[in-house]
Design a protein around this ligand. Structure first.
Ligand SMILES: *Cc1c(COP(=O)(O)O)cnc(C)c1O
Length: 397
């Protein structure tokens, strides 16, 4: 078969960047405009209260930085903490690892707790470490809400409780890059001090915006800390955003895209968005079970509704499955990262997706596994997912 151009769409099932809704793509096709014009605030100002709605915060301040999620991590740290400060972080996947690495580079002392990959935040171990920290030297706890590398979601409410149980004043920072706008997120209820997200996952946009919110306590901490920062200064953003502007040139097409993406999320309703993600994920999990395979998530309580990492049987290379899926079937599956490289492939099920799109991805993964000699029953995953989707379809006729 010719490889010059395959008709139809590329099936994009990596857990970010996710599919762009046509409406978002059209909204971003705009001429350049003056970001200091008197009408520019009409576009900018409504974005902040809408973002706060997604984060579920009244008290917090929302930020839109021209950056990827990684820039959001850096903004969170440099705006609140000082070099030499201690932070407590648990490592259980590539993204929790990278945040720890970034803290180290910024001069923080990270107290690392290792948790097995395939599990998530362990609140008991957090509470223990905080109780032992009698002098309150730990300034922040970092939690990765959804570990995208392993398909594990952590209970942030339980992390909050651990901090409260220990009566410890540490700030709570959460990486919600692959959870916000796809999984329920309660910033105020969970007492989250900084939430970091990015545009290219649940928000259904290209990468390029770090979408964040900070609690008054976190913003206050930033007035006394000594980390150097310039580009990521919260105070410059706050001052400029108040009037509907930015301290520098924002990505204007991305702001138009964000406006449209937020409209789409609110039209569906956030509750329905979360339900849909759970429903789509249940189909994928049923497929994995029918293949006789296991997810990387070690127990059902860790299952992520935005991404599933599927462990291939011993003796097979998951990287080959991913390569076959891409080359033969125009299907992009997520790679295994770092410790799980070659052991897992990932199906991202977040963003602008529905049941039949997922069935396509499941069918493609099935073919690619069969092509690589993995012994699964042809059609079994598709049939299992169909059963889940038919039992409670998204559209109620
Ligand atoms: C994608 C992702 C990031 C990194 O975001 P970039 O936008 O690539 O910088 C961080 N954390 C998690 C959990 C992610 O899924």
């Amino acid at each position: 078969m010719s490889n010059s151009r395959i008709p139809g769409r590329n099936f994009l099932f990596v857990p970010g960047p996710t599919n762009l809704p046509d409406r978002v793509q059209r909204a971003m096709m705009v001429a350049s405009e003056d970001h200091r014009s008197p009408t520019f605030p009409d576009l900018v100002k409504p974005l902040f209260p809408q973002l706060k709605k997604v984060f579920e915060t009244d008290a917090g301040h929302a930020f839109i930085f021209p950056a990827s999620g990684t820039g959001g991590w850096e903004a969170a740290i440099t705006n609140t903490l000082s070099p030499g400060d201690k932070v407590l972080a648990q490592r259980f996947g590539q993204f929790s690892h990278l945040w720890i690495d970034l803290c180290g580079r910024l001069g923080l002392e990270v107290i690392k707790q290792e948790c097995p990959w395939g599990t998530g935040n362990d609140p008991e171990k957090i509470e223990e470490a905080l109780r032992a920290d009698k002098n309150h030297e730990i300034k922040a706890v970092l939690a990765t809400h959804n570990e995208t590398a392993t398909g594990v979601t952590s209970d942030i409410g339980a992390v909050r409780k651990a901090i409260d149980n220990a009566k410890h004043p540490a700030l709570l920072f959460v990486d919600g890059v692959s959870s916000v706008a796809s999984l329920p997120f309660h910033m105020d209820k969970w007492g989250v001090d900084v939430i970091v997200s990015g545009s290219q996952k649940g928000f259904m946009l290209p990468a390029g915006l770090a979408l964040m919110a900070a609690s008054p306590k976190a913003i206050e901490a930033g007035k006394k800390n000594s980390s150097r920062r310039a580009y990521f200064e919260f105070q410059d953003m706050i001052k400029n955003n108040e009037t509907g502007y930015f301290p520098y040139t924002p990505s204007i097409p991305l702001l138009h895209g964000l406006k449209e993406a937020l409209a789409i999320l609110f039209e569906e309703g956030l509750d329905q968005v979360y339900k849909r993600h759970h429903h789509l994920a249940e189909g994928v999990r049923a497929a994995v079970g029918a293949w006789g395979l296991k997810p990387c998530a070690k127990e059902a309580k860790w299952n992520s509704d935005t991404v599933t990492a599927i462990v291939v049987p011993e003796g097979y290379d998951a990287a080959k499955v991913i390569s076959t899926a891409y080359k033969r079937y125009n299907l992009a599956l997520g790679a295994g990262l770092s410790e799980v490289a070659g052991k897992v492939f990932r199906i991202g099920h977040l963003g602008d997706l529905n049941e039949l799109m997922l069935l396509g991805a499941i069918a493609g993964a099935e073919m690619a596994m069969l092509d690589n000699g993995i012994k699964i029953q042809p059609g079994s995953g598709v049939a299992a997912a169909q059963a889940v989707y038919r039992a409670d379809p998204l559209l109620k006729a």
